[in-house]
Design a protein around this ligand. Structure first.
Ligand code: MN
Length: 481
């Protein structure tokens, strides 16, 4: 796509929002990124810049992001994959774009290697390292495009990336309130990550959809007529079908009793304001029998990730149960795009600092389905980052350590034998002694000698009780023998 075509496409998507300066910035980023990826190919054999950088930037634009984000998307792989440096990017596109690219480059080092135990620290690490919600959004848009081209990769890579997306990326999107992106990511990954469960869920879904089809159609046609007298206009009504992955998660929770799941299809009604939401609820309950205990007021009490809507579940026809969701356009936009939603994004930028870190705590390991609002608030106040740092192995495994932990602690976290034989370590490429304190987000490679050589001295500078215990035990064993 030529630069002029590209700009035209962006203008079509974003219209008046792009100023002259915005266009200039995007043009500069386009030229620079194209130059940096010159000659590079995707696994599909296509030109890297055309076949990846441009689509990622279009994904970013589709979330209504500003020009700096679109520019950073064009350049997101330039530092990781090419000779281009952050200084060059800063010179051409400014420090903000450079810092976004820097964030995405750092995130690129994190990899999920199939250890379920690490999932939680991996998510936390991701958030801690990103620092800026915009960096996570860029990374999610990058992954979104990569998932659409997974079929070009060898089987084992496909599965790793799909699992990583399902376990790390989609939940992050969801915790940031970006429901739509979370759905996209999980539905793209699910068939590759768990092919059998995917097929099983898909079959069941088709069956249930066929059963409900007629009833849904009747309600869908009846509702505008019933609502017009109350509202004075016919509201927008959508049929929303649950994604295959979210249905699968729910089936797992309900031990595959399909009859316990009432929201495979839901009707979604968008009205102008909050009082109309409750009015619509009244009209629905007057015409269809609501199921007791199934009215959920997420307007009065939003979900922890900020989701707002009124939900009710009603009986329709002989035995078909239908969920109805009622909300305003603002709520809808937030529910779909979360921190990336136009509304919240613009507002967030009015608050210069402070608020940008709020979202970090929202991403903590919270199960938003099961927490009461009180529990949620108290969970938020516990700062799980307070005294932890994260460092990486050269392979990208995340090691979670207390602040002040040393190279030797890191070595023991990898393996007792590596700890015992450690003689030093390369931290971000520079050789360091065993007692060097690990800097957050460093890549550490332990250098070992041929034999274990534990010493009393080690106890004075290891920070983790894990390493201390191991050293104590080894010293005792040495004394005995
Ligand atoms: Mn990329």
């Amino acid at each position: 796509m030529t630069i002029d075509l590209y700009i035209t496409k962006l203008r079509d998507m974003l219209g008046d929002e792009l100023s002259g300066n915005d266009i200039k910035l995007i043009r500069n980023a386009y030229e620079l990124a194209k130059l940096s990826h010159h000659g590079q190919k995707r696994a599909s054999g296509e030109d890297y810049f055309e076949a990846h950088c441009i689509p990622v930037s279009i994904n970013v634009a589709s979330l209504d992001m500003p020009a700096s984000m679109i520019a950073a998307a064009l350049l997101h792989d330039s530092v990781e994959d090419t000779e281009m440096t952050l200084v060059q990017i800063a010179n051409v596109c400014g420090p903000d774009v450079a810092s976004l690219v820097d964030g995405v480059t750092k995130l690129g080092k994190i990899k999920y290697h199939g250890n379920e135990r690490h999932v939680e620290s991996l998510r936390k690490f991701f958030v801690a390292i990103a620092q800026d919600a915009r960096v996570v959004i860029l990374k999610l848009c990058d992954r979104w495009h990569n998932l659409t081209t997974l079929h070009h990769l060898p089987e084992h890579k496909r599965q790793r990336i799909a699992l990583e997306s399902l376990l790390i990326y989609a939940p992050l999107a969801s915790r940031m309130g970006m429901g739509k992106l979370a759905m996209i990511l999980s539905d793209l990954s699910f068939p590759y990550a768990e092919p059998e469960n995917y097929q099983k869920t898909l079959d069941l879904m088709k069956e249930e959809l066929a059963k409900a089809e007629l009833v849904i159609k009747q309600m869908y046609e009846a509702l505008p007529v019933l609502l017009k007298p109350a509202l004075g206009y016919e509201p927008k009504i959508d049929k929303r079908v649950k994604t295959v992955y979210s249905l699968y998660k729910k089936l797992e929770r309900k031990e595959w009793r399909a009859e316990d799941i009432h929201d495979i299809v839901a009707l979604r009604i968008i009205v102008k304001d909050i009082s109309e939401c409750y009015q619509v609820l009244g009209v629905i309950h007057a015409n269809w029998q609501p199921l007791p205990g199934r009215v959920k007021d997420y307007i009065a009490i939003p979900k922890p990730n900020g989701y707002k809507s009124l939900h009710t579940t009603v009986m329709s026809g002989s035995d078909v149960i239908v969920e109805v969701q009622i909300r305003t356009p603002e709520m809808h936009s937030y529910n779909e795009f979360g921190v990336a939603s136009h509304h919240s994004y613009k507002n967030r930028h009015k608050a210069p600092h402070g608020e940008s870190f709020n979202w970090l705590s929202q991403l903590s390991e919270l199960d938003d389905e099961s927490l009461t609002p009180d529990e949620y608030v108290s969970a938020l106040t516990t700062d799980f980052f307070a005294d932890r740092i994260f460092a990486l192995t050269p392979k990208g495994d995340v090691i979670d350590l207390p602040v002040g932990a040393t190279v030797l602690d890191f070595a023991f976290q990898l393996h007792t034998d590596i700890g015992a034989r450690a003689i030093g370590g390369r931290m971000n490429g520079t050789y360091r002694s065993l007692n060097t304190v690990i800097l957050p987000e460093s890549v550490v490679e332990i250098v070992t000698g041929p034999k274990p050589h534990p010493s009393e001295k080690w106890l004075s500078f290891v920070k983790t009780s894990y390493a201390k215990n191991k050293i104590h035990r080894m010293l005792l064993k040495h004394k005995k023998s």
